[in-house]
Design a binder for this molecule. Structure first.
Ligand code: NAD
Length: 340
């Protein structure tokens, strides 16, 4: 019998509970090793505890160091802090890993196989912002200060190269804007070049200015392998990459840090389709696949991936966002059958 691994499960808001149930159906069929501690966050937690990120949830993640999180609705107003930013800071989840693989052939782009590594804690997302008054207008000028540290730049680029070595990847591209933001992203490039020297002969290094990279991702995405970049650029490019593989319903993400790791779908809580058995659970399911790899169960992650491939492409069971007619539960049942 395989070792049981305690993990926190946050079903989340909107479509969160239904896609979480779908994921559990497939993980049960796989006999995945997780023992779940269910906790609340988001609007569900506001209703129960008056807090979108209550203490028991944080304590659970502190204990397990491992969480699978459904999408959370950000409460509007009321002075709530961003839950995702709080979680990243609290558990120092410095690396955001977003793989993009083509699962359904015949889309705009075939054979996409890209990994984006985004720095998760620094850059402009430090969000140190203020207004400056001019001529009686208190909001005449808006100022935002970003920061990057050399230590964090080294850490995120090292993470990307180590990922490349472990996963048999050939190239890492450093994406920056060092020609204009000479200090802020210049140090990312400088440190990236230094880190790359440790991998000569094992992993190729390449560089791109972010705007050129965005254009080339549309013109010829196959030239890239692993991309590593700072926070804001990574946020934008990772959604662009999700667009290459059929959209947000297919895009998983992992937040990895020194004190834990949290896995989630890239998409939000989709309130427009919540509770209607229409949501595609595959992004969260692939996030669970990343979680299986993280705990050393690549064998189960591969079975999961093959089950998804088989269900979409051989059984042709697909949800509405992929042009099919299957409901969330039908898709989960079909993938569960395929992985058994
Ligand atoms: P969204 O990703 O929830 O939805 C955008 C569109 O994509 C909608 O039309 C939705 O129906 C569709 N969609 C999303 N996921 C889908 C799926 N799995 N299957 C089928 N269709 C899907 O983005 P939004 O509407 O801008 O945000 C809704 C809420 O989610 C907001 O409160 C936002 O703050 C939150 N959000 C949370 C996260 C997170 O928790 N990681 C991420 C993004 C947005």
């Amino acid at each position: 019998m395989s070792e049981k691994i305690p993990a926190t499960l946050i079903p989340g808001d909107g479509i969160g509970p239904e896609i979480t149930e779908a994921v559990l159906t497939v993980l049960d069929a796989l006999d995945a090793p997780f023992v779940w501690d269910r906790q609340l966050a988001g609007m569900a937690a506001v209703a129960e505890h008056g807090d979108p990120l209550p203490k028991p949830t944080l304590e659970s993640i502190r204990k397990t160091g491992l969480a699978l999180k459904g999408p959370l609705t950000t409460p509007v107003g009321g002075g709530f802090k961003s839950i995702n930013v709080t979680l990243r800071r609290e558990f120092e989840l410095f690396a955001n890993l977003r793989p993009a693989h083509t699962v359904i052939p015949g889309g705009r782009y075939e054979d996409i196989d890209l990994i984006l590594v985004r720095e998760n804690l620094e850059g402009y997302y430090a969000a140190m912002e203020h207004y400056v008054a001019v001529d009686g207008d208190p909001h005449a000028v808006a100022i935002s200060t970003g920061y990057n540290t050399r230590a964090e730049c080294r850490r995120i680029v090292t993470f990307a190269f180590e990922y490349a070595v472990k996963n048999n990847r050939k190239k890492v591209t450093l994406v920056h804007k060092g020609n204009i933001l000479k200090c802020l992203t210049g140090i990312f490039l400088e440190e990236g070049r230094e880190v790359a020297k440790n991998y000569v002969g094992r992993v190729e290094v390449d560089e791109r200015i972010v705007d050129a990279c965005a254009m080339q991702l549309v013109m010829n995405p196959w030239q890239f392998d692993v991309i590593v970049t700072t926070n804001l650029f990574g946020d934008i490019l990772s959604d662009q990459i999700a667009g290459l593989i059929g959209g947000l319903g297919m895009a998983p993400g992992a937040n990895i840090g020194t004190a834990g790791a949290m896995f989630e779908a890239v998409h939000g809580s989709a309130p427009d389709i919540a509770g209607q058995n229409l949501a595609n659970p595959v992004a969260l399911l692939l996030a669970a696949g990343l979680m299986l790899r993280h705990v050393g169960r690549a064998d189960l992650a591969e079975r999961l991936q093959s089950g998804v491939d088989h269900t979409f492409n051989v059984a042709k069971v697909r949800t509405r966002d992929l042009g099919g007619v299957a409901g969330t539960r039908d898709l989960a049942a079909a993938i569960a059958q395929a992985v058994r």
